[in-house]
Structures are given as C-alpha cells and as structure tokens.
Design a binder for this molecule. Structure first.
Ligand code: HEC
Length: 509
C-alpha cells in the first residue's frame, strides 16, 4: 500500500516537472503562426467602441451623391458583387453564408429583401461572377455553382474547382477575381505579421487557368492584398492589376504605410524584407539588400494601419465625369494606433503623369474615437450605383447620383444587447475555468495583455473590453470561428470555443 502511494507521488511529481518545463518553453513549441514575430515591447491597446453608434447621419459624401442604408442585419458583411439584374451578392464568412440582396424596386434606395444563396460554407469571402457561374472563395478552396442572375436562382451543385489552399493563420480571407486574360486570380495573405513563409502561395497572388484549374504564383511579397481590380488606363494599353496591401504591425503609429501596388507577373513587392518605399524591415531585412533593391515600391501609400481592403474602379456608364476612371478603396481602420485612423472610403484619382491623388469619399464612421462602421468592399453596378459593405454594423450602403439628403439613411442598427439569461448555464464556473486553460494554452495573452499601461506611445496589443455589451457566448463562438484579421484563426472545437467564450466574456466584461 505504502509502496503504491509512493509510486503515485513520484508520478505526480514527474508530471508536475514536465508541465512546468512545457509552460516555461511554450514559446518554442507553440505553432509559429500564432507567434508575434517581434519583441513584445509595450503591450497595450484600444478596442473598437463598445457598440457605440453616433448615428448614420454623421456619414458624409461628396456633392452629387446620395447615401442610403441598402441592407442591414448582415453579420460580418464582407465582399460584394453586383449581378446583371442589379441585385447584390454579399459574403458573410463568419456565418458560412453567401446572401443575395434584391435590388431596390420602389426607389427608396433600400433592398427589397434578402435570400441566402449558399450556406454551410467554410468562411466564404471572395466572390466572382463569370459565364453563368458564381465563384466563391472559401478558406482553402474555390468553388462554383451555376447562377441565373435574371431568375435569381442557382442550379446544380456547388463544385470545388481549386482545393488545398493554405489554411488559417493571421489572414484566413481569400479574394478572387477573373482577369482580362480569363484566368482566375487568388490572393492569399501571410500566415503571420512578419515571418518567412513555408508555403509560397502565402503573401502572394496566384493565377489559375480555368481550363485545367492548374495555378502558379503570379506575384510575391504582398503581405495581405485583400482587394484587387483591373484598371484600364486608356483604350490602347492592357489593363493593369492594381491591389491594396496591408502593411505590417508593431512598428509604431505611423509606419509602415499601407500600400497600393501595380502587380505584374513575377513581381516581388517587398514583404517581409522591406516596407513602403523599399525601407529595410528592422526584423527581417538584414542580408536581403538585393531582393529589396529588386522589389517594386507601391504606386500609392495609404496612412499606416488604415487597412485598405476592397477596391473598385468606377467605369460604369452612369459615373459622373469627376469620378470616371477613379478607384474607390475601403479603409477598414486601425486596431493598433494610439488614436484611430481609417474607417472611411477614399477615392483615388490618376493624373495624366501617373500620379495618384487621394480624397475622402465616404466619411463619418469614426467620430471622436467612436466607431460606427468599418468599410470592407466596394462594387459598382452596371447602372453606376455603388455599394459598400460594412462588417462592423452588418450593413450594405448604397451610393447613387443625387444631391438630396437621403430620408432613408436611418441610423445604425441598435447595439447588440445580450439576453439577461446569457450569464447563466453556458458561462458557468466550470466553463470559465476550462476557458482559462484554453486561453493560456493558445497564448491569447501575447496580443491581449491588459497589464500594460494605457498611455504607452505605441499600441502593439489589442485591449479587450466591453465584450459583454456586444457578444453573448454564441456570438463569441461565431466570432472565434472566423476572427477579424489579423487576429489568428485557432483550430478549436466549438465546445472549446464555448468555454473560451465564457472565460473572455467573464474576464473582459
Ligand atoms: C497575434 C495576435 C493575437 C492573438 C494571438 C490573439 N488575438 Fe484576439 N485579436 C487580435 C487583434 C489584432 C484583434 C482586433 C482585430 C480588429 O478588430 O481589427 C483581436 C480581436 C479579438 C476579439 C474581438 C474583440 C472585440 O472588441 O470585438 C476577441 C474576443 C479576441 N481577439 C479573443 C482572442 C482569444 C480568445 C485569443 C486566444 C485564443 C486571441 N484573441 C488571440 C490579435 C490576436
């Protein structure tokens, strides 16, 4: 008996020692993609406003345009395409859904209703319409289904034509678009903030031949080009591929710039060795002078951390002269600046000499550090109408020619209020305890350490706060299934996500 007890004590002790070693060395065995590959300097941050809504009336456009809130209640509204009939297709990756928003039929600027087109997909994001098919990019694949725009109907089954794209990491969204060459371009962002990638398709745009669905990398060194589109400079020249790119984090409030690049076949655009105009990266630049010298600098620089996402060139017949040929770019907004920046749509105007001028187009989502919206993508219909998605308020806005202050703007949907009972069963003490272990094992603290002074000059961490006002356990589980990049995607079970949700909602009420 005594012997058995002694053996048990030894086993427990050995277990404890192993556990201590595992915890102490976890930075060496935790998957690379979850690591922030820079010294963790000051750790602090400021989150988006806790569901605050200063009211959509603060939104402003240049003269000659009228704004309406076309559709609401679209959680995680991301990419957009306008059909030949004038309906709008919107992807909702966190919901696993692609939704059809019916065009405005009675002239009030508001959609006549919505209907799900595809459900149960794996984080559907990028969309394309071509030759009677709707193409959808999921996290690791691209699929297509026959789509009759006039009848607003799908037929046949959803068939995956490209599979095995790299999965997860910091940037799980996939963007697609058909080029003038008929090939399908697929953008896959980096797995990390800054690192050497193992998979060459990451931080790159690849190009696929639709007759074989074979593809190869088209351009590299693009950290996260979420938006791209073709620009027709003039009738004589071939269209140029123009892509937005999000600069790396943790180098301060004002560096590096986010980028607009003219993407050419075989081009290298700098990441992770250089940022902006070939400025050597402090963590990864050393020893790569030749690659940096050969890299393409951006053709336009956005302010640091503005996070340019979708881009669309205004080329539909109805476009007013001052905007014909201009691009609209959605600036999703910063998460790590001392004062927030971005949160608007800008227009880019090309001069005859190739210079680019940036002007505000849709502003007012950010007022006194309070956020009411985060623009994601832009699409123009054949009649010139412009649509803009917002994944913060879950809306799609509509911009049409006109000057009257729109009576149909309405205010942002009411802030989410969790039901009274949500502090009950699911967030019980046992779940919170299990959630704390999952938080620790996945090193959530790396990017969410609240123990750091709020007055640090540079924000390198996202401070979690006011979560209970915007999430309940189920909503948090949905968030964790497809978190907002650059928050990494963690491959957890929904049960683990539920425990983790209970923990974060309890700790960061
Ligand atoms: C590599 C850094 C990083 C790691 C690791 C990380 N996060 Fe995040 N997280 C972020 C960033 C950045 C944001 C803000 C993204 C944005 O909104 O632009 C965020 C946002 C969030 C939000 C939403 C906050 C809000 O106000 O809506 C939650 C919740 C969250 N993280 C939980 C977690 C949990 C739980 C873990 C561990 C499993 C974790 N994070 C790990 C970077 C990280």
């Amino acid at each position: 008996m005594k012997r058995a007890l002694k053996a048990l004590a030894w086993t427990a002790m050995a277990g404890l020692v192993l556990l201590t070693i595992a915890v102490a060395t976890r930075r060496y065995w935790v998957p690379e993609r979850f690591a922030v590959n820079v010294p963790l300097r000051s750790l602090t941050g400021s989150g988006p406003a806790a569901g605050a809504d200063p009211g959509a009336s603060s939104l402003r456009l240049p003269p000659g345009f009228a704004l309406t809130r076309f559709a609401t209640g679209l959680n995680n509204a991301r990419f957009l395409r306008v059909t030949k009939r004038g309906d709008v297709i919107v992807s909702q990756p966190r919901e696993g859904r692609v939704t059809l928003l019916l065009s405005d039929a009675n002239g009030d600027g508001v959609s006549e209703g919505s209907t799900p087109l595809l459900t149960g997909l794996d984080r559907p994001h990028g969309l394309a319409l071509k030759d009677g098919y709707l193409y959808v990019a999921e996290m690791t694949s691209v699929g297509r289904v026959r789509f009759d725009a006039a009848a607003r109907a799908l037929s046949g089954s959803f068939e995956r034509v490209i599979v095995g794209l790299p999965s997860g990491g910091n940037h799980w969204t996939r963007t697609i678009g058909f080029g003038p060459d008929g090939f399908l371009y697929v953008s896959v962002g980096s797995s990390c903030n800054v690192c050497i990638e193992q998979d060459e398709r990451r931080a790159a745009i690849s190009r696929y031949d639709p007759s074989t669905w074979q593809g190869k990398v088209f351009a590299r060194g693009l950290r996260n080009s979420v938006g791209f589109a073709w620009r027709q400079a003039n009738d004589a020249s071939a269209p140029e591929l123009i892509a937005t790119d999000n600069g790396r984090d943790l180098l301060g409030n004002d560096f590096p710039p986010c980028e607009l690049n003219r993407v050419v076949e075989g081009g290298f655009y700098g990441w992770p060795f250089a940022n902006g105009d070939r400025v050597k990266d402090p963590d990864f630049g050393a020893g790569h002078d030749a690659q940096i010298a050969a890299s393409h600098p951006p053709i336009h620089r956005f302010a640091a951390h503005n996070a340019p996402l979708g881009i669309a060139f205004l080329d539909a017949p109805g476009t007013t002269a001052a905007f014909r040929g201009a691009a609209l770019v959605a600036l999703h907004g910063s998460w790590n600046r001392t004062s927030k920046d971005g949160y608007k749509v800008v227009s880019l105007h090309w001069g005859a000499d190739g210079s680019i001028t940036q002007r505000d187009f849709l502003t007012g989502f950010l007022e006194n550090e309070e956020v009411s919206g985060r623009p994601v993508d832009i699409a123009q219909g054949g009649d010139g109408t412009i649509y803009i998605s917002d994944d913060y308020s879950g809306s799609v806005f509509r911009v049409a020619p006109g000057n009257r202050a729109s009576p149909f703007l309405g205010s942002a949907p009411a802030a989410f209020r969790p039901p009274e009972s949500s502090s009950g069963a699911a967030s019980g003490a046992a779940a919170i305890r299990k959630g704390a272990v999952i938080w620790e094992a996945n090193r959530c603290e790396t990017c969410h350490d609240p123990k750091v002074a709020a007055d640090s000059p540079v924000r390198t961490t996202k401070l979690l706060r006011g979560l209970a006002a915007r999430y309940d356990v189920e909503r948090m589980v949905v968030y964790l299934r497809a978190p907002q990049p650059p928050m990494p995607l963690f491959e957890l079970s929904d049960e683990e996500r539920r425990d983790l949700a209970a923990y974060v909602l309890d700790r960061f009420r």
